[in-house]
Ligand binder design. Structure first.
Ligand SMILES: C[S@@+](CC[C@H](N)C(=O)[O-])C[C@H]1O[C@@H](n2cnc3c(N)ncnc32)[C@H](O)[C@@H]1O
Length: 217
């Protein structure tokens, strides 16, 4: 199996927003525990002990650590150094050895020869400048037959006003990058990258979309 090589990359200013809120984010309870558990379970059905998992936008690492006993290895990345510090201390406290946390920007990561069986992008695709490029990179990072699991707020479905608010909020540093698109746009992007969607689940009205997609063999 090929070895993962990641070249160090510059961290953009947008990381500052996430660094600022990292401590609060870590303390905040999950907004909808039942939905979170269901997403974990739906993901878990795809995990096998030999698998290598890549997660981007991992935040404080809870999901990576939860899945870690069920796979061989997890590489979990986030743009925020503070989020990564918290994730690393959680891993140390829990004695987890097969998760590597790393600060990196998914928008700068090059698809290397490293191949993963599963990629997780949870609550992150709407926080990127170039979602389509990232989904295409993820496609390249996966083994044929590999799985891409995403959970995404599709603000274009119900809060189009964010198209105007988001740039202002970003300018004043009170909002992160926020991309406004619909569920249909996202499905189109994932399919256009070559994935076949196996599951598309919406936990409720205006609660985003959870998609499990496969790279064909
Ligand atoms: C809404 S939080 C989601 C965290 C976690 N995935 C979860 O579901 O709780 C978004 C995370 O994405 C990270 N992030 C934002 N832009 C990123 C980028 N370009 N590359 C990597 N991580 C990024 C933020 O630092 C933050 O931790």
């Amino acid at each position: 199996m090929s070895v993962t090589q990641h070249t160090p990359i510059a961290i953009p200013p947008s990381a500052r927003f996430w660094d600022r809120i990292a401590n609060r984010y870590a303390k905040r309870p999950v907004a909808d525990e039942a939905t979170y558990q269901k997403k974990l379970q739906m993901t878990r059905e795809y995990l096998e002990p030999h698998m290598r998992v890549f997660e981007f936008g991992c935040g404080t690492g809870s999901t990576a650590l939860t899945h870690s006993p069920h796979v061989a290895y997890v590489r979990a990345t986030d743009i925020s150094a503070k989020m990564i510090d918290i994730a690393k201390s959680k891993a140390r406290e829990a004695g987890v050895k097969n998760v590597e946390f790393e600060q990196s920007d998914i928008e700068s990561i090059a698809a290397s020869s490293a191949k993963y069986d599963v990629v997780l992008g949870l609550s992150i695709l709407h926080l990127l400048d170039d979602r389509d490029a990232v989904v295409s990179t993820i496609y390249d990072m996966l083994e044929p037959g590999g799985i891409f699991v995403s959970s995404t707020a599709c603000l274009g479905d119900h809060m189009k006003i964010f198209k105007f608010i988001a740039p202002l909020g970003r300018f004043f540093g009170i909002l992160p990058i926020l991309s406004v698109f619909t569920t249909q746009d996202l499905v189109g992007c994932i399919e256009d990258s070559g994935f076949e969607i196996e599951t598309k689940w919406s936990p409720g009205k205006n609660k985003g979309v959870f998609i499990i997609a496969r790279k064909p063999l």
